[in-house]
Design a binder for this molecule. Structure first.
Ligand code: PMV
Length: 340
């Protein structure tokens, strides 16, 4: 029987960063990571998957353009979904039917704004529905893009690095649902062009050349993971903010310690960092926390009560070109644009 499914999946913003793999093919990370998943209302991927007995081959369209289905990560997700579908008791006819996939992002692709995370989470979730898969699919999303496994759940999510060589324990679990702590996130788009060093070559280079990354994965991250989970559970924003900012800084220090260095932040990113610290000094405890992924754009976490004052100050210091409404866990926040 022919069938069609459409899904929407939001991006997630890591507060303890994933950087470096111990297995390239299975996408097994060097360390655990934690992120918050934004609400589906704003930055998201939307994917429609269709199976039809008349289709002769699997095909995919990204942002309206047909692209080759030969991408090894896409192929490995497809293969795993069909295997799990068979294991779930779906009939052989359905398992072997070819699919057509249409996926689009409503935000810049590959600009360090977690586009592949939303894209693969959305694709894998839609395929799970289409093929009647019953098992955990975070490990399938991981095969597409590591951080995608965290976008399968809302709220705060932990990706466990796992210890097994086959990756079966490298899965994502929810730490707290969206309703637990409705934080806000401002995304300050410093540059929406494709990043210079993609995360895959960037991570490879770090794993091969950085000495600091060894300290990070062995000493810093394990403690930070426990501490930030506790901060989330207790809704302790100042503890959450300090760990988030320290981890972002250490991740970029590891990138600079890479040879040749991976330089993702630019002068405006550093200005935003200073601005956040200056702003926080006005209060007894930090009110906002920055974090930067593999690009110059800033993600700012803050509590609801801090939104009006921080938004007004931000717009004064960095007047935005356009202001869009964005959402984190159902709560409205500003979506600013900072121009270079
Ligand atoms: O999943 P990838 O290959 O897009 O890598 C994501 C890496 C960071 O965004 C920098 C950190 C993270 O944990 O999301």
């Amino acid at each position: 029987m022919d069938s069609m499914v459409t899904c929407i999946a939001p991006v997630n913003i890591a507060v303890i960063k994933y950087w470096g793999k111990r297995d390239e093919k299975l996408i097994l990370p060097l360390n655990d990571s934690v992120s918050g998943t934004l609400s589906t209302d704003q930055m998201h991927a939307k994917t429609t998957v269709m199976r039809c007995k008349d289709f002769t081959e699997d095909k995919i369209w990204l942002n309206g353009k047909e692209v080759s289905f030969s991408n090894p990560r896409l192929l490995s997700c497809m293969k795993e979904i069909r295997r799990l579908s068979r294991e779930s008791g779906t009939s052989e006819d359905i398992v072997n039917t070819k699919v057509h996939i249409c996926s689009e992002n409503n935000f810049p692709t590959a600009a360090g704004l977690a586009s592949s995370a939303a894209g693969y989470a959305c694709l894998v979730f839609a395929l799970k529905e289409l093929f009647g898969v019953k098992q955990d699919i975070t490990r399938v999303a991981r095969l597409g893009s590591g951080s995608a496994c965290r976008s399968i759940y809302g709220g705060f999510v932990r990706w466990h690095k796992g210890d097994l060589a086959d990756g079966s324990d490298s899965i994502a679990t929810q730490i707290a649902p969206p309703s637990h702590w409705p934080l806000h996130v401002f995304i300050l788009v410093v540059n929406d062009k494709q990043k210079k060093i993609g995360s895959t070559p960037g991570m490879q280079r770090t794993a091969l050349t950085s000495e600091l990354v060894q300290y990070r994965i062995k000493e810093s991250v394990p403690k930070r993971i426990e501490d930030i989970i506790q901060a989330v559970k207790e809704r302790n924003f100042d503890k959450f903010a300090e760990i988030t900012m320290k981890d972002s800084n250490q991740f970029h220090a590891v990138c600079l310690d890479t040879y040749p260095p991976n330089i993702y932040m630019n002068d405006i990113s550093h200005e935003i960092t200073s601005f956040v610290h200056t702003y926080n000094e006005l209060f007894p405890k930090p009110k906002v926390a920055y974090t930067f992924d593999a690009g110059p754009n800033a993600c700012i976490y803050l509590e609801e009560e801090s939104v009006p004052d921080f938004a007004a100050t931000l717009q004064y210091i960095f007047p935005p070109e356009e202001t869009l409404e964005s959402y984190f866990k159902g709560e409205s926040v500003q979506f600013g644009t900072v121009n270079e």
